[in-house]
Unconditional design. Sequence first.
Length: 220
Amino acid sequence: MRLNSVIPNFKAETTQGPIDFYEWQGNSWVVLFSHPADFTPVCTTELGRIAVHQPHFERRNAKLLAHSVDKLKDHVDWVNDIKSYCRDIPGAFPYPIIADADRTLAVQLDMIDEDSKDDPDTAQTVRALYIISPDHRLRLSMHYPTSTGRNVDEILRVIDSLQLVDKKPEVATPANWTPGEKVMILPTVKDEDLPKLFPKGVDKVSMPSGKVYVRTTTDY
């Protein structure tokens, strides 16, 4: 599961019916994320908060697809618990959860930790999260241990960054960046090209080394 590798197509049973991944994805981005087990407390908070934020993903043309190694009936029953606990989920539960009871997809997508990978009877998925662009390529991955819940705002932030640099490949986003803040201009961009690429202006930062490599702009 290296960055920019192509996610293989797969078929799966989900809480919203069977899917063929490529067909289901269409021309959208996808956030595919695993959780260790149904009916567990941290996972309940994660799937609930992601469900509450589903409109924010939709505005970014990003579909949500959850995964675990539990059975489909457990997923269906657990969704009712999630909705009861996270009362601000509007309407029906907004995204499908893959049932992968034989762990085939979990192994294929490298979602099982080192200690459990050779024990098919007890292996659970870690909190793996993959952001997949419309061309089926893995653009970003996050792996959390089972003890640590994920931050939904960070997932949205990195989608914003990925979509921005696809649109404006001359820039990169700095640490803690959020939309509207300054971005960094890549060192490969020549100074003489700056006025054409960034007509609203560029700021250059002087460094003790004398090298001018920090150039920022809000013109994106």
